[in-house]
Design a protein around this ligand. Structure first.
Ligand code: ADP
Length: 212
């Protein structure tokens, strides 16, 4: 299989986490979540991790160049030689541009940016019903993907998964993140995928656009 270096984008609740878990099995590539990676770099005590920790402890956002530096460090590891799936970054057009410049300098090329499209009304319902299992990391939905009864007690509901908070996050997505779509379209690597329907069906749509 040829390398698959991809980014998964879409509004909050579109199903990025759900699809990422499936795609990494299919393509045997690591899932690089910018949030998880920041926490890991801090724990490992890398130079960038120490820098990031300083910003986080001060309650400030970690600057783009620090996050991008971490992404480049991460994609240079041997398990990413066959590709990777980046999730959670970029979130703004300047971040997309900066990531692109940095990847070009490092000799990486993105193969695909998959945009999961889901109407706003559905996003609220998906996020409000979302539950995660802290033990396995699995993502459930009370209605669409009900968790087994025996793990019900340990499931977690994100504090920002209320209607109000989701509405704010969705608006922020439209104003700040959606502008990255024309950027990747102009590069010819944007793949739009309908994110409405059974998760298996959505996975099939993604693999079919990636293989075409
Ligand atoms: P994101 O990572 O984009 O924020 P998640 O993968 O966490 O989204 O999905 C949000 C919620 O919607 C979860 O509860 C998940 O179980 C549910 N979900 C994901 N994909 C689908 C789908 N195709 N149909 C119905 N519900 C879904």
């Amino acid at each position: 299989m040829r390398p698959m270096r991809m980014i998964l984008v879409g509004p909050p609740g579109a199903g990025k986490g759900t699809q990422a878990a499936r795609l990494i099995e299919t393509y045997k590539i690591p899932h690089i979540s910018s949030g998880d990676m920041l926490r890991a770099a801090v724990k490992e005590g890398t130079e960038l991790g120490i820098a990031a920790d300083g910003f986080m402890k001060a309650g400030r956002l970690v600057p783009d160049d620090v996050v991008i530096g971490m992404i480049l460090e991460r994609v240079a590891k041997p398990d990413a030689a066959k590709g990777f799936m980046l999730d959670g970054f970029p979130r703004t057009q300047p971040q997309a541009q900066a990531l692109d410049d940095a990847m070009t300098r490092a000799g990486f090329d993105l193969d695909a940016v998959v945009l999961l499209e889901v109407p706003d009304q559905l996003l609220e319902e998906r996020a409000v019903g979302r539950r995660t299992d802290p033990v396995t990391g699995k993502i459930y939905h009370l209605k669409y993907n009900p968790p087994p009864a025996e793990i019900a007690d340990r499931l977690q509901h994100r504090k920002d998964d209320t209607i109000e908070a989701v509405t704010t996050r969705v608006q922020k997505y439209h104003s700040e993140t959606a502008p990255i779509v024309p950027f990747y379209m102009a590069k010819g690597i944007l793949k739009r995928v309908d994110g409405v329907g059974d998760p298996d069906e959505v996975t099939k749509r993604i693999t079919s656009v990636l293989n075409s």
